[in-house]
Design a protein around this ligand. Sequence first.
Ligand code: SF4
Length: 180
Amino acid sequence: MTAPLWFDLLERLAAVLDEELRRAGASAGLNASQVAVLRYLSKANQYSNTPSAVAAYFGLTKGTVSQTLLALTRGGWLRRSPDARDRRVVRLALTRRGEALIRRLAGRIAAVGVPEDLAPHLERLLRNWQQARGGLSFGLCRSCRYFLTLEEDRFQCGLTGERLLMPQPLKICREHAPAA
Ligand code: SF4
C-alpha cells in the first residue's frame, strides 16, 4: 500500500521548509535546527519559553536541545534569564539580533503565495494526527478551551487565572487544550 498523495506533498513541503530555514541561517552561521528554535521562541508564550518546552515542541531530548540553546546564547541570538517567581526555571527570549533574523525570514515566507483557506485545513490535519498520537497541541492561545474574554480587550487564562496581555493571545502555548 502506498502513502496517499497528501502525505507525499507534506513530505516534500517539509523538505522545502527545512531548506528555507537553512538558507535563512546560512549567512549568520546557523543551521536549520537553530533557526527553527529561534522561530519557536518568537511565537512561544510565557508558559512555553523554557528549555523543556522547546524539547517538547520538537520531540527532542533535553540534552540535544541544551546544546542548541547554548550555541544560540553564545552567538548572541538568545538571552537566558531566571524566572521572576522560581529562579530555578530558565526563561528564554530572542535578542534583537535574533528578532531581526526571524523578521527577515517572516518577510521571505510572506512572499510565498498560498490559498487563504490553507491554514484551517492544515490545522485540522495536525490536530487529528496529534490526537491519534497523544502529543501536545502547542496551539494558539486564543483557540484554547481555557481562553477567556472578559471584555473586548481583556483576556484571562482559565487554567492559571492569570491575565493575558497582548500579544500573549496570539502566541502558542504548551498548556494549550483544543476546544471540544
Ligand atoms: S488559555 Fe490555554 S493557551 Fe492560553 S495561556 Fe491559558 S492554557 Fe495556555
